[in-house]
Design a protein around this ligand. Sequence first.
Ligand code: PLP
Length: 386
Amino acid sequence: MGTRPLLNRRLAGMGSTIFAEMSALAVATGSINLGQGFPDTDGPREIAEAAANAVLTGRGNQYPPGPGIPELRAAVTEHQQHWYGLSYDPDTEVLITAGATEAIAAALLALLEPGDEVIAMEPFYDSYAACIAMAGATRVPLTLRAPGFRPDLDELRALITPRTRLLLINTPHNPTGTVLTPEELRGIAELACEHDLLVITDEVYEHLVFAGAHHPLAALPGMRERTVSISSAGKTFSFTGWKVGWVTGAPELVAAVRTAKQYLTFVSAGPFQYAVADALRLPDSYFDTLRADHLRKRDLLAEGLAAAGFEVFRPEGTYFITTDITPLGETDGLEFCRKLPERCGVVAIPNVVFYDNTEAGRSQVRWAFCKRDDVLAEAVTRLRRL
Ligand SMILES: Cc1ncc(COP(=O)(O)O)c(C=O)c1O
């Protein structure tokens, strides 16, 4: 096979994700895993039963329709209307995907040409970099800096070039917990309109907002026709393994994304689509409780991390806390996270892996708090040994 590397140039250096490395370390050392963002408690029982019933009654066991089952597409439109006053046509403006992950991949593969530039808020969720690369495009980071992690709109303006095709926005933002304010969103929308850019917004943490509120970018003037909005059931309903996600947007955008999506998975998660349709129609009290529970968990872990000596950046949303390890006399987050399981039996994720400007994230470490209170309390106890 000669000397040519097997992995193509676009994916070179992307090896395996930090989550795989750290989760394996958690298992090997018996550590508490606050690395990967998955809950340790499943979502509502009645939703799990709906999935089981769908399997047993033969709903979704064979290939579902390419765009997703009509029941779920309708439920997505009701959700967008109910929470944000956004109206979408379930037949032409909604697409069901294999989690937000596939939606992101399909949207980027569909909308980008090689050589295009994509401006994305960094630290970025790891699949963004890989998918931009697979599309042959170039990522251009808009760096969110500690302690506030706010986007600098002048910097954004300066990053836009004639090659810029797309802005990739994530709010609430993983890993910093930043929730974009209406003003920030307005500034981004104005730049997108002024430069005729497409926008992808990743809103998978839309129901985990503790300060302010989640505002979809698609609701702003001029944005509906240029924005692909993405969300999924994993975080909101605590069923991350089901991988049911969705895209909403203008018909031409959704049609483009669907074209790429049909050659990735074609369809997925048939029975789970029925269950997620039910989940999206849960009463507001479900969503209120989800938020209240995670607010309590956030505060429990934030206080514990502060007591253990970390500088804590309290997140406005998501279920992650970013900290700085400098007060502990440490500077290298990656090295710190690799040693942490052995030192005190806890696993965390170094934010540096989500940055191109690695200096901006070198000493930051991310902790997931979507865990049982007793697990968080035990993690905090262990961290005090530091
Ligand atoms: C910002 C962000 N986008 C997308 C995803 C993936 O979502 P899904 O599990 O629905 O594919 C995650 C999961 O961690 C995430 O944090």
